[in-house]
Design a binder for this molecule. Structure first.
Ligand code: HEM
Length: 414
């Protein structure tokens, strides 16, 4: 049994390996990478709440291979610029900078701002479903989850109206996800860097337009600009890029994962159809059962003892949240998908000071999307038996989720 986050088989179903590691090597050292893989709930929460572990690591750039020297110089300068900006991402900072930046970003996610989006999310979801109704089939990722979350994140949170979207948004999102991955290959790294440069240019222009008064200010970018010097120019740019990157893909993946789990467990799908009030618990259970963010990393800021294992200063630990979510010491019958599970203290939004600030938005969007699909599409069923997963381990999601359903026009989509 090997922990190999690059293997497609592992990505499609990592749970047997997690079970093996949790049972036999819960604090597993990968000598070739000089990092630790943690799979027990108790160890992971211990690390994530400890000030002895923090964010001082940046992605190790793999060597560029097979390139001429002009290209290497260009890549090195891109790496330098991206590294300088990326280390200002909220999620990669430590207190006190983290505390200051988080307080500012959180203002865009107050309960009143998020609740105000409810009607608009419902209208968008209904619109995407209406467009596919007659066909009797749809790809839940491409026809609904992705356009919904891109629209929400860009238009509602960042205030980027559709007509000003860049044609590379989708490609940049995919390539930025590669950049955040573990054990990254040199090619994926370079693609991620190019996406970073594209996004930096886009947001530099966008911020300039906002400052010049030629773009709307009632959004996160406008709010951050109004904070004045509480945020440096570089912090502002870096965190706009971060919010674009983290703001939609995990929720797209959650909607896909939740629908797949329900379709694979017809008795649970029936329960939800009979009792729509179970939607909150059902989304929580989907998050626990197959987390869209499989893990998060930290670096030991000093030598630390963790469950009798010594972790040395500077060593990286990967907290596999998805493995903690199936820990039998915390969850009875952890491999069972049970939409009535309560309590459900899953770690899919993280734990400690970096807990996800987008949680209320993604929960609201996922509940409306999943609840509406289940309510409006009778006879929902998977339209394929070969699903493909995104080429990323930490960000876990389906490339597509084709389904069929009874169409009101033909009576059947099958
Ligand atoms: C199902 C959807 C989502 C999941 C599973 C998820 C998961 C996570 C996790 C695990 C972390 C902790 C990272 C760490 O400890 O290193 C995190 C942090 C974060 N998330 Fe999310 N997230 C989701 C949606 C969103 C959305 C929609 C947004 C914004 C619009 C967002 C913004 C953030 C930010 C800014 C942080 C950094 C918080 C900090 O460092 O203090 N997330 N998220």
């Amino acid at each position: 049994m090997q922990f190999d986050p690059r293997s497609p088989k592992f990505r499609a179903n990592p749970y047997p390996i997690y079970r093996y590691l949790r049972t036999h090597q819960p604090i597993h050292y990968r000598a070739e990478r000089r990092d630790w893989i943690l799979t027990r709930y108790a160890d992971i929460t211990e690390v994530l709440k400890s000030l002895d572990f923090g964010r001082s690591e940046l992605k190790q750039a793999p060597p560029a291979t097979g390139a001429n020297s002009g290209l290497i110089d260009r890549l090195l300068s891109i790496r330098h610029e991206s590294d300088q900006l990326m280390k200002l991402w909220l999620v990669l900072t430590n207190p006190p900078d983290h505390t200051r930046i988080r307080r500012l970003l959180q203002k865009a996610f107050t309960p009143s701002r998020i609740n105000a989006l409810q009607a608009s999310i419902q209208a968008k979801v209904d619109g995407y479903i209406d467009r596919t109704m007659e066909r009797g089939k749809m790809d839940i990722i491409g026809d609904l989850a992705y356009p919904l979350m891109l629209e929400l994140n860009c238009s509602e949170i960042l205030g980027i109206p559709r007509q000003t979207w860049h044609r590379n948004f989708r490609q940049w999102t995919e390539n930025m996800a590669l950049l955040a991955d573990m054990d990254i290959t040199p090619i994926a790294y370079e693609r991620g860097m190019m996406a970073f440069v594209g996004l930096a240019e886009f947001f530099r222009n966008r911020i300039a337009e906002c400052r010049a008064g030629s773009a709307p200010m009632d959004n996160l970018i406008g709010m951050l600009i109004r904070e004045g010097d509480r945020l440096s120019k570089e912090e502002l740019l870096a965190n706009c890029i971060m919010m674009f990157t983290v703001g939609h893909s995990s929720t797209v993946n959650l909607i896909g994962i939740a629908m797949l789990a329900l379709l694979n467990h017809p008795e649970q799908l029936r329960l939800l159809i009979e009792d729509p009030d179970l939607i909150d618990l059902a989304v929580s259970e989907a998050l626990r059962y197959d987390s869209p963010v499989q893990g998060v990393s930290r670096t030991a800021l000093c030598d630390v003892e963790l469950s009798d294992t010594r972790i040395h200063q500077g060593e990286k630990v990967i907290c596999v949240l998805a493995a903690a979510n199936r820990d039998p010491a915390r969850f009875p019958e952890p491999d069972k998908f049970d939409i009535r599970r309560q309590p459900n203290p899953h770690l899919s939004f993280g734990y400690g000071i970096h807990t996800c600030i987008g949680r209320p938005l993604s929960l609201l969007a996922a509940k409306i999307a999943v609840g509406t699909l289940v309510r409006r599409l009778p006879g929902l069923a998977l339209a394929t038996d070969s699903l493909e997963w995104e080429d990323s381990f930490l960000g876990h999601g389906l490339k597509a989720l084709p389904v069929v359903f009874q169409s009101p026009v033909t009576g059947s989509g099958h």
